[in-house]
Design a protein around this ligand. Structure first.
Ligand code: NOJ
Length: 757
């Protein structure tokens, strides 16, 4: 038995400190008093009304309800039977609906308006997975601030973001919406985004309440199929899934959303362990929990409860405070309470939590505070955000390969062939969650390149990625056979100095309900790439996609590969500036790129297994595949620059016995010919523990701008929070033993030293 340095109580002390800068203008006791006074005036129906959320009359982001129920929405608002609306946006609409609640319902309690502001509102920022690649927490926070400013000017006061689900499965379409595979990076980004959305003052008109979603483990859907079953062990739950949610609570996030999935046999929306024991009790979360769309009702299909009535009962008992679009709360809760099947105390607790956030937003002082037409006009879709969106987009681009210095492109005298339907697409770069944005408002790659007009460009589509019009709610039709435009592409490639091929996934090919079994270039694009390569191998492949792709052939053949995701409104401008070297790429992959889909789930922080190494050449009994390497195509944390960096002089000062701290320093040097930004990444490996630890775990990182030839010493401090882990019963412990530290440019960093606790 090992010596446990820090027990559970110690952990509570580490974890429970909320940022004191948050909500500085809030008088908590006054709000509590207001809530209690209002609660005392409310009937049971009105209380249940606060727990009821309907989707509006504009966008549907889930299966549509039957008409009979939908028709009652307006009446219900007037009767005080609705606490929140989603999918109502624009000042005119929000004002009209708010008016019904405030002026026509008995108590005039204002509605809270939620919307999926996932990566921007009308001015669209890069998809969250792309932003995560920047590893730039300031920029990510700023991007969330911009989204909050724009959405709040359009009547919204609550966003269903950030999605903080860790995922290791690129087949799952929603990886585009998260921060990737790592719990440490994911937690840092969760905090940055929540602070960006909520600001220091939730009652300000340019901030919105945020939502940590989807609690919990939605990113572990079996086989990457959306909405599918999740069955994971407690070690993964506590050490991988929970940390970003926990970080969200520490950042004072105002709401949580439940997940659609079952977790170890229990639907998350009805899971008392998740919502009560962990979230509300252990973590002391003070905000409210909203279900995902009809996820209370879906407990019937899961085979967990008999009917809608039992679903409402279980969801409330478990701790789901507000019901999104299942209708079961509004239809069943009253009689459940009257029959003594649901305790009134639970209803009061839920309503208290919801009203509290409404007070904090300042909705009781002025229900129309987000409804200024002038502010909407001055703010929404305004050019003032463009420079910052472009900055975020440039910081999100990952240089995956650059042989023979194909990049940056020469800025004059070049004949450049631009090939690929995505190069000329002004909608796809807006990505998946772009509910409010106008189609066709992104800068295309062709438009971005055209600004560098000392070169000549010839464009050929080559092949469509999808056929027909893309729709958020309908299946896409992928072009799997039409190669009729190949000939034109081959012809323009032949006479070009350089070919820029823009290939990948359409913006709606990832996101909710967009899982894939393949991770290749969809449709006929791989074939197009190979045909063009035959006539001109001098290719820069610009990828646009919402998930890691297995582009092994391209990696073997194409000299330059740029990961440009879906970068939002300023996409084409950002890509052109990177291709021409006006911005030196600095992004690092937040998710492993596999060689083959069969390796999935593939992630850097895996366990060792008992047979990690090839015993001797040709032997078979070790953990491997017989037809593919174990290693990824591109590892987590990987990304090149137009310059190069070295990491040296790794030194450890172990003062743990004195102050529970281990200091690690390293010298980073820019060894190339131009300035650039390095991201020093620190990983640890706890070599043996009472629950096995991953082969590497990211524990810290720092970005440094260095001129050519410049060096800088960086020091990291490792504390209990970094050195410990959760046992299978959820206790946080730091155990004695040997720890190995690695510092370098990505998760394959080799510069290493050990220390002992
Ligand atoms: C379902 C999605 O899972 C969730 O993330 C989203 O916020 C809601 N629909 C509302 O649109």
């Amino acid at each position: 038995m090992k010596w446990i340095v820090l027990g559970f109580v110690g952990l509570l002390l580490i974890g429970c400190q909320q940022d004191p800068s948050l909500n500085k203008n809030v008088d908590e006791s006054k709000i509590d008093q207001n809530v209690d006074e209002l609660l005392a005036k409310m009937t049971l129906e009105e209380k249940i009304g606060q727990m009821n959320q309907y989707s509006g009359f504009m966008d549907f982001t889930g299966p549509q309800p039957n008409q009979g129920r939908a028709a009652k929405k307006l009446e219900h608002i007037k009767q005080g039977l609705v606490g929140s609306m989603l999918n109502v946006h624009g000042v005119e609409n929000v004002r009209a609906v708010q008016k019904l609640a405030v002026e026509e319902s008995r108590l005039g309690i204002p509605l809270i308006f939620g919307f999926d502001v996932i990566h921007g509102y009308k001015s669209v920022s890069p998809i969250p997975l792309a932003e995560a690649a920047s590893w730039d927490l300031k920029a990510i926070k700023r991007s969330a601030e911009i989204a909050a400013e724009e959405a709040s000017a359009s009547g919204i006061n609550w966003t269903f973001a950030p999605m903080v689900d860790i995922s290791r499965d690129a087949r799952w379409g929603r990886v585009m919406e998260g921060a990737g595979e790592d719990p440490f990076l994911g937690s840092e980004i969760a905090k940055a985004r929540i602070k960006g959305f909520q600001g220091d003052d939730l009652s300000a008109t340019n901030t919105v309440a945020a939502t940590a979603k989807h609690f919990a483990a939605y990113g572990f859907a079996e086989a990457g199929r959306d909405y599918n079953t999740v069955d994971i062990g407690t070690s993964t739950l506590y050490n991988v899934v929970f940390p970003p949610f926990r970080a969200a609570v520490d950042a004072d996030v105002k709401s949580f959303m439940t997940a659609f999935n079952v977790l170890n046999g229990i639907p998350a929306t009805g899971d008392e362990f998740l919502l009560r024991d962990i979230l509300k009790e252990k973590w002391d979360f003070g905000g409210f929990v909203v279900t995902d769309w009809d996820s209370a009702g879906e407990m019937v299909a899961h085979g967990f409860v008999k009917d809608g009535r039992a679903a409402a009962k279980q969801a409330v008992i478990a701790g789901s405070d507000m019901d999104m679009e299942s209708y079961h709360y509004i239809e069943e809760l009253k009689t459940l309470v009257e029959a003594g099947e649901v305790d009134m105390k639970l209803i009061d607790d839920s309503v208290r939590r919801i009203l509290k956030v409404k007070y904090e937003l300042g909705l009781f002082e002025d229900p129309y505070k987000y409804c200024s037409e002038t502010r909407e006009q001055e703010t929404v879709n305004q050019p003032k955000f463009k420079a910052e969106l472009r900055d975020m987009a440039k910081k999100s681009i990952v240089l995956l390969k650059n042989e023979k210095d194909v990049l940056p492109l020469n800025s004059s005298g070049q004949k450049i062939a631009v090939i690929g339907a995505l190069a000329n697409d002004k909608t796809s770069p807006l990505g998946s969650w772009r509910l409010a944005a106008e189609p066709g408002t992104a800068v295309s790659v062709l438009e971005g390149l055209a600004k560098f007009d000392q070169n000549t460009y010839t464009y050929a589509k080559g092949a469509d990625v999808i056929l027909g019009k893309a729709s958020f709610t309908k299946e896409l039709q992928i072009n799997t056979s039409d190669t009729s435009d190949f000939a034109e592409a081959i012809s323009v490639a032949k006479s070009a100095d350089v070919v820029v091929m823009v290939l990948g996934e359409h913006g709606l090919q990832s996101g909710e309900a967009r899982s894939r079994t393949r991770l290749d270039l969809p449709g006929v694009q791989q074939q197009l790439l190979e045909e063009v390569y035959k006539v001109n191998p001098n290719i820069v492949l610009v990828l646009q996609n919402g998930r890691p792709l297995a582009i092994t052939w391209a990696d073997e053949h194409i000299p330059a590969i740029v990961e440009a995701w879906q970068l939002g409104t300023e996409s084409g401008n950002a890509i052109a500036e990177v291709l021409y070297g006006l911005y030196n790429p600095s992004a690092k992959l937040p998710m492993t790129f596999p060689r083959h889909v069969g390796q999935v789930p593939i992630y850097y922080n895996h366990k060792s297994t008992g047979r990690p190494y090839l015993p001797s050449p040709g032997e078979v009994f070790w953990s491997h595949y017989s037809d593919e390497n174990n290693s990824p195509l591109y590892p987590f944390g990987y990304g090149l620059s137009y310059t190069s960096f070295s990491f040296k002089d790794l030194q450890i000062e172990n003062t743990y016995a004195d102050n529970n701290t281990v200091s690690v320093s390293v010298t980073v040097r820019n060894t190339g010919k131009r300035s650039g930004k390095a991201t020093a990444q620190l990983y640890i490996h706890d070599e043996y523990a009472s629950v096995t630890r991953p082969v590497k775990e990211l524990k810290s990182f720092e970005q440094v701008e260095l001129q050519a030839g410049e060096s800088r010493e960086i020091t990291f401090q490792l504390t209990d929070e970094d050195l410990g882990f959760y046992t299978n019963t959820g206790e946080f412990v730091v155990e004695e033993g040997i720890f190995r530290v690695f510092v370098g440019e990505d998760s394959q960093a080799e510069l290493t030293e050990t220390f002992e606790l």
